[in-house]
Ligand binder design. Sequence first.
Ligand code: BJW
Length: 251
Amino acid sequence: MKPPVALIDKLRSTRRLTVLTGAGVSAESGVPTFRDAQTGLWANFKPEDLATPRAFLRNPKLVWEWYAWRRGLVATVQPNPAHLALVEMEKLFPEFTLITQNVDGLHQRAGSRNVIELHGNITRTKCFQENTVVTDWPDTGDVPPKCPRCGGLLRPDVVWFEEALPEKELNAATHASLTCDVFLSVGTSSLVYPAAGLPGAALNAGATVVEINPQPTPFTDRAHFALAGPAGIVLPELLAMLRATPRGDGE
Ligand code: BJW
C-alpha cells in the first residue's frame, strides 16, 4: 500500500522519529521470520520450544546447533531495501532512534549507526553460568563449547523467553517510544512483550503510530496508519515521497 499523503505531511514536520523492527524486516534478505514454519533439519521444531533457558538445559547440543545453523545463514545474507531505507531515514530526522528485536545485525551491516538491540545479537556468545560475553574458547570438540573461565556451557548472547531484556537497552527504547512524534512499527507480529508494548506506549504518549506489515497484527486496529505491504517496498516508497517534498518547520 502506498503511504498516504497525510502521513508524508506529518513526517515532513516530525523532529523525533522512533522505529521498531522485527523479523519481517529481514524476511526479504532470506532470514526466516520467527513464526514461519521451519524447514529442513529443523522442520520438526518450533522456535518457541528452542528459545528458552529450559530448552537449553534440557538439550544444550540441540539448541547450540540450531543457533549455529542460523548464525551460518545470517552470515550469507545481505541487507535488503528496507534496511537501506532506514539508513537513509536516519539522516533525515533531527532525532532518530532505531530499536530492533532482530538478532541478525543486518541493520548495522546496512549502515544504521544507532541501533538498540532489545534481544541481543546472534554473533555474540556468552557463558550460561556467569552471564558474561566470551570471545575465545579452546576447541575441545564439546558441543556446546565450555567457558574458558568457569567451565560452564556457552550459549548465544540473545534474550530467550522468560529472560529479562538488557536494562539499558529497554530503558532507552522505552524513552524513545514515550518521547517521539512518530513511531513506526515494522515487520513485527506484536506478540512478544515487552517490545510489543512499545507502539501502545508511544500512542498513549501522543505519538502518531504507523504499522508496516503485509499481515494484520493485534496492534493494527490501534495504529493511526496501517500500511499493508512488505517493508522492502513500503519503506523505500516512504523515503522517496519524503525526499520529493522539502521538510516543513520541524528542523
Ligand atoms: C513482514 C514481512 C515483510 C513477514 N515486511 N513484515 C505480557 C503479556 C504476555 C506475555 C508476556 C508479557 N510480558 C512478558 C511475557 C512473556 C514473554 C512473551 O511475550 N510471550 C508472548 C509469546 C506471549 N516475554 C518474555 O519472556 C520476555 N521476557 C520477559 O518479559 O522477562 C520478564 C523478566 C523480568 C525480570 C527477570 C526475568 C524475566 C523475553 C522475550 C524474548 C524474545 N526472544 C525471541 C528470541 C530471540 C533469540 C532468537 O532469535 O532466537 O525474540 S522470541 C522471538 O520473538 C524473537 C523475536 O525478536 C521476537 C519477536 O518476533 P517478531 O520479530 O515479531 O517476528 P515474528 O516472526 O513473530 O513476526 C514476523 C512479522 O513479520 C509477521 O507479522 C509477518 O507478517 C511480518 N512480515 N514478511 C514486513 N516482507
